[in-house]
Ligand binder design. Structure first.
Ligand SMILES: NC(=O)c1ccc[n+]([C@@H]2O[C@H](COP(=O)([O-])OP(=O)(O)OC[C@H]3O[C@@H](n4cnc5c(N)ncnc54)[C@H](O)[C@@H]3O)[C@@H](O)[C@H]2O)c1
Length: 334
């Protein structure tokens, strides 16, 4: 008799009350998967968890993880829960080693003991540091330039060792810049905790009481500002559904870039926001900031080959959904 597929069991989603996690929980439910969310709610919102049970607690709580896996028949894990601020990680490194690295080890140990076989891990394009060439392929050198990025690179390597020592299968998804909100406007990125460009542009547009600072307009790029690969959060969510399916089919452990393959400059984002809103974005040009790579965007070829995934949405759809979401939050007094 063949072994039952890990795809028949429940997916444990850590950090499922956060930005990318909440969109992924919805995508998994729409794909027919059973899901249970584990989130401390330190940076997430209970109401963002749609159509799945929420367990409130820490990833490092082995007894809780073990009980959650047992109670829900968990076979696969999607691990989002982490701190994600590059600046904070340089000021408080211990916080990042403890939560992002040590917390992940506790979680993986408890999950493996409970019979979990597959892991999809939230990694980041920041593991490449300043890439020697763009578009960035998965063979680019791993050269983290912050404690945050190092915490992601370390957990990737820990997962790779767990593959050898314990037979744990994993896909590390190296996200480029997540942005946008759900098309029905129910969930999006909470701007209170985010210093990412799109929410900051939305704040400048919608609150009108502050200016956006653009750092550097003299880079060697077409308009002089830095270039990044902005990927719609629903596209990212879909990559997790496909990565779990890949592992369930017996796919080998790997790391995959998740980006669109298109670079957009800071001014491209500002202009798209002005087009969508019909209002000017107030901004000031500031000197370059230390540690900002000039241009980074993904080569998404490997994602298509391994996972059968490619991005569906472009920058305008990112800005349209983000704008609609932030406006609705303001209308609701949030
Ligand atoms: N947003 C991006 O552009 C981006 C890019 C690359 C990688 N990532 C990674 O993706 C993941 C999700 O990012 P996000 O933007 O959704 O962040 P987020 O802060 O919105 O979500 C993280 C969630 O994890 C929870 N959490 C944190 N520590 C926890 C713990 N110890 N136990 C239980 N829950 C805990 C928080 O309460 C929060 O709900 C993170 O690992 C982040 O490093 C994000």
């Amino acid at each position: 008799m063949s072994e039952p597929s890990s795809l028949d069991g429940t997916v444990l989603v850590t950090g499922g009350a956060g930005y990318i996690g909440s969109h992924t929980v919805r995508a998994l439910r729409e794909a027919g998967r059973d899901v249970v969310v584990l989130d401390s709610l330190e940076l997430g919102r209970r109401e963002a968890v749609i159509d799945a049970p929420l367990v409130v607690g820490e990833i490092s709580d082995r007894d809780l993880v073990s009980a959650t896996c047992g109670d829900h028949g968990v076979t696969q894990l999607v691990h989002f829960a982490a701190y994600k601020s590059v600046g904070e990680s340089m000021g408080s490194p211990e916080k990042y080693w403890r939560n992002n690295v040590a917390g992940s080890v506790e979680l993986y140990e408890a999950c493996m003991a409970a019979g979990v076989r597959d892991v999809v891990f939230s990694s980041s394009c920041s593991v490449y540091g300043t890439p020697p060439e763009v578009p960035v392929t998965e063979t680019a050198p791993i050269q983290p330039e912050s404690v945050y990025a190092e915490s992601k690179a370390m957990v990737e390597r820990i997962l790779s060792w767990y593959g050898q020592t314990n037979g744990l299968n994993s896909v590390s998804l190296r996200y480029f810049n997540a942005a946008g909100a759900s098309f029905d406007g129910r969930i999006g990125e909470d701007w209170t905790h985010s210093i990412n460009l799109v929410p900051v542009v939305m704040k400048a547009l919608l609150l009108g009481d502050r200016e956006l600072a653009v750092f550097g307009d003299d880079y060697d790029t077409p308009d002089g500002t830095c270039i990044r690969d902005y990927i719609h959060v629903d596209d990212l969510a879909d990559a997790h559904v496909k990565a779990l399916a890949y592992l369930g089919r017996g796919g080998a452990s790997t790391a995959v870039n998740v980006g669109t393959g298109t670079g957009s400059s800071v001014l491209d984002v500002i202009q798209a926001s002005e087009r969508v809103s019909g209002d000017p974005v107030p901004y000031s040009m500031e000197p370059r900031r230390d540690g900002d790579p000039i241009a980074t965007f993904a080569d998404p070829t490997f994602a298509e080959e391994t996972l059968g995934w490619r991005a569906r949405y472009d920058l305008d759809e990112i800005i349209e959904t983000a704008y609609a979401w932030h406006r609705s939050q303001l209308d609701q007094g949030r």
